[in-house]
Design a protein around this ligand. Sequence first.
Ligand code: PHE
Length: 420
Amino acid sequence: MNLNAWNKVLMVAAFAVLAVGGCDKLGGGKGKGSGSAGSGGTGAAPQTGTIVIGHYASLTGSEATFGVSTDHGVILAMEERNAAGGVKGRQIELKTLDDASKSSEAGNVVQRLISEDHVVALIGEVASGSSLAGGKVAQQFGVPMISPSSTNKKVTEGRDMVSRVCFVDEFQGYVVAKFAKDQKLDKVAVLFDQAAPYSKGLAETFKSELEGLGGTITTSQAYTAGDADVSAQLQSIKTSGAQAVFLPGYYTDVGNIVNQARKLGVTVPFLGGDGWDSSKLAEIGGAAIEGSYYSNHYSFDEARPEVKEFVAKFEKRWGETPDGLAALGYDAAHVLFVAMEKSPSLGGKDLAATIAATKDFPGVTGKITLDANRDAQKQAVVVQMKGGKPRYVATVVPKGWPEPSPVAPAAGSGSGSATK
Ligand code: PHE
C-alpha cells in the first residue's frame, strides 16, 4: 500500500470510530489508526503508536482479589517491558475491564475490549466459568487470549485462539489426592459448588485420583456459590466418617463454609485447590481455616531464586505480598510480550500460533511450555494455613517427572522454619 492509500484508510477509520462511538472510544491507544471495527479487531492491527492489550477480570464482587491481584501482576510485567523498550519498538498499553466476578458479564466485557478498544490480545480470566464465556467471544473474533490461571480442561478445548500458562485440574486433583494419601487421610468427603465448572471438575478428578490411590470418598455433597446455609451437607459429612473434607471452592464460600463446619463440630482438616488463594481467606475463615491445606501454583515462601526476585519486586511496587494470581498474571503477560515480539505480525492468527509455540519460558510459577492443547505442564505446591498465612509445605510434580530436589523454604518464613 502506498502512503496515500494508507492515509485514506487512517482517515476513514478515524471517521468511523468518531461516528460510531464518540471521543471516549478513542482512548484505547494513542496514535493508532484502528480500522478494525467491522472486522473483529484482528485484521487491521495498527502499525504505529502504543499496542493495546486487554485484561478482563473480577475487580469487584465475590472473587475481587483474583482480578485485582492478577491486574497488579500484569501491570508490573508491562512496566518492566515498557522500560526495556516495549514490543517491536512500541510501548504497551493495558486496558482492564471489570466483569464483577460474574461469568455472565465476562463475554460482554471481552466484546467491548475487542470492538471498542481494539486490543491485539487478551489476558483473562481467573475463574474457569468466566474464561469459558470470555474465550467463546475471543475465539469468535479471532483475538488471542491467555488465561493466567483457569484450570478447567474445557477452557482451551477446541479454541485455537485460547491458551493458558497454568496446569489443568486433571493434575491438580491428583496433587491434592496424593497429598491426602501421603498424610494418611484415606477417607475424604467432598463438598463442591455444583454451578461452577472449576469446582465440579476438580471434585471429579480428585475423586477418581483418590480412589485410584486406594482411598475412599465417604460422601459427595453439593452447594451453590453464595449459599448462606450448608448445614445439611455438613451434617452428612460429619456422620460419614471422613478424615478430611475436600472443598474445591472460591475463597469467600470456603471461608464461610469452614466457619459453619467448625460450629457444627466438624473438626477434621479441610483440603482445597487454588480457588482458596486469597488474602481474604484468613480474614473470612479466621481460626476455622487454620491448619487446612490447599494446592497452588506457587508460594511466596519458596526458595527458588525466581520467586525471591519476583516477591521483592512486587512488594516494592504494590506494598503487598504477591499471591498465586499475581505471579500467574505476571507470567501470562511476559509470555504474551515474548510472543508479540517474536510473532511475524500482531494479527490474531500469527500471534495465537506464536503463543501456542511457547517453550521453556522461565516463569515465576515454573517453566512454561505449552502442549498441543495449549495448556502448561507444571509443578504445583501444597500450602498450609498457619497464623493466617499460606505456608509452603511441599512441591508435587506431574506423574513421570523426576522428583523435585528438596528445597528449603525461604529463610525465616517457611513451614520448615517453624513457628510463625
Ligand atoms: N483455577 C481456578 C479456576 O479455574 C481459578 C484460580 C486460580 C483461583 C488460581 C485462585 C488461584 O476457576
